[in-house]
Design a protein around this ligand. Structure first.
Ligand SMILES: [Ca+2]
Length: 114
């Protein structure tokens, strides 16, 4: 039995299931859909404020401020303090150890410009 509350859903918990169902290409598409859901509509980026507000709307309200901050800090590759779509997708892969085996190859296929 899972000791965690069933209402507590984290991205990393969802990823293996999503990967099984969707395959690599579908997973990347879903991750990018997640970006659309979580981003600040005006800026086109995921910011601390948008992540906090949208994650609550999506039932992910158990995120603490510190978790949100560290998530953005960890994913922010260009140092602008927010996550763009690519940064978000790469962070989602990094947060899911189960996927790391194929993540690099999948990302190369999805984002050949890297
Ligand atoms: Ca950034």
């Amino acid at each position: 039995m899972d000791a965690r509350s069933p209402t507590t859903i984290h991205f990393e918990d969802l990823l293996p299931t999503m990967a099984d169902k969707l395959g690599g290409e579908g997973l990347i598409k879903e991750l990018c859909n997640g970006f659309q859901l979580l981003m600040d509509g005006k800026k086109g980026l995921i910011t601390f404020d948008s992540l906090k507000k949208k994650s609550a709307l999506l039932g992910l309200q158990d995120f603490q401020d510190e978790e949100i901050k560290s998530m953005i800090k960890e994913g922010d590759l260009d140092g602008d303090g927010a996550l763009n779509q690519l940064e978000f997708c790469m962070l989602m892969f990094r947060l899911s150890p189960e996927l790391t085996g194929g993540a690099g190859r999948l990302l190369e296929e999805a984002f050949p410009q890297i």
